[in-house]
Design a protein around this ligand. Structure first.
Ligand SMILES: Cc1cc2nc3c(=O)[nH]c(=O)nc-3n(C[C@H](O)[C@H](O)[C@H](O)COP(=O)(O)OP(=O)(O)OC[C@H]3O[C@@H](n4cnc5c(N)ncnc54)[C@H](O)[C@@H]3O)c2cc1C
Length: 261
């Protein structure tokens, strides 16, 4: 039977652009270019490698996001994924991690899956908690923050590297895993891959398709609220210490003044 892999990929504002909050304190996604979260490219790469080693596998890439989020799906398809699912609905505006995980879980159940692969964190929200909440919602094991991952005999196995030790972990399928940026360089889409991606199917669903009520998501359904946000002050020139015999002392005084030492 085919191994059904779903990769959760997020469309995020480009971190090199100017990013702002909108009036309702949500991230302003309209005025900034977006792209596939770089950390999710590692998840796509691992899915492709697992699929290469399987007799028969199908990779679906899934995103919850605005119309432009299709760009993230196209990138993943051009890397080699087979098909895509895009969940979009005006009522998703302001959805937090609890709502996003609900929508992803419903879409994953509707798609069908044996293995869900996520990135270690998005490059905008960077909470790194979604895979764990997703596994809980799906009622399946989670093996998170893997720097090595493989599937064999109905199990997903991997290595998690901590500061002081590495753990070998495994879980029975179906399961949710997240992979780190140490899991292996993500491939660049080839020209052939980019052309092929244009013909791959992209399924669009809204909240009604997933039988989710609007009040379970959006700002209204969010479990978290942003009370205030302020622009970061512009960078200052910094302090330059000229060493005229007392440089070391001055550096130490500066660091102590900033409470670094
Ligand atoms: C239109 C829209 C508006 C939003 N507005 C807000 C808001 O106002 N306030 C707020 O707190 N949150 C908002 N969110 C949700 C938020 O952007 C995150 O998706 C969610 O909170 C997960 O947190 P994170 O990004 O830190 O994920 P992490 O936990 O850091 O992500 C880990 C992994 O989960 C997967 N993942 C995360 N998000 C998605 C996604 N959307 N689609 C597919 N895979 C995903 C990726 O594999 C990622 O690597 C909004 C989302 C959308 C689509």
């Amino acid at each position: 039977m085919s191994l059904r892999i779903v990769v959760c990929v997020k469309y995020v504002p480009d971190a090199t652009g100017d990013r702002h909050f909108a009036e309702d304190l949500t991230v302003d996604r309209d005025d900034v270019d977006g792209l596939l979260s770089e950390l999710d490219e590692y998840a796509v790469e691992q899915a492709l490698q697992i699929a290469d080693g399987a007799d028969d596998a199908e990779i679906t890439v899934l995103t919850v996001g605005p119309e432009d989020a299709k760009d993230a799906l196209r990138k993943a398809l051009s890397m080699g994924a087979d098909k895509a699912v895009h969940v979009e609905d005006d009522d998703l505006h302001g959805t937090d991690v609890m709502g996003t995980s609900l929508v992803l879980a419903k879409a994953i159940e509707k798609t069908g899956y044996d293995l869900v692969i996520c990135g270690m964190a998005s490059t905008d929200g960077t909470m790194g908690v979604l895979p764990a909440i997703l596994a809980e919602r799906l009622g399946v094991p989670q093996v998170t923050l893997l720097s090595e991952v493989a599937v064999a005999d109905g199990l997903v196995k991997g290595r998690r590297d901590g500061d002081t030790a590495s753990e070998q972990l495994e879980a029975s399928l179906p399961a949710v895993v997240s992979v780190t940026d140490q899991s292996g360089e993500a491939r660049y889409p080839s020209f052939k891959g980019i052309m092929a991606a244009k013909k791959k199917p992209v399924q669009s669903w809204d909240l009604e398709d997933l039988e989710i009520d609007a009040d379970e998501v959006g700002l209204e359904g969010a479990w978290t609220a942003v009370d205030s946000a302020a622009e970061r002050p512009a960078r200052t020139a910094g302090t330059i210490v000229k060493d005229e015999g007392e440089g070391g002392k001055q550096l130490a005084e500066f660091l102590a003044g900033q409470k670094f030492i």
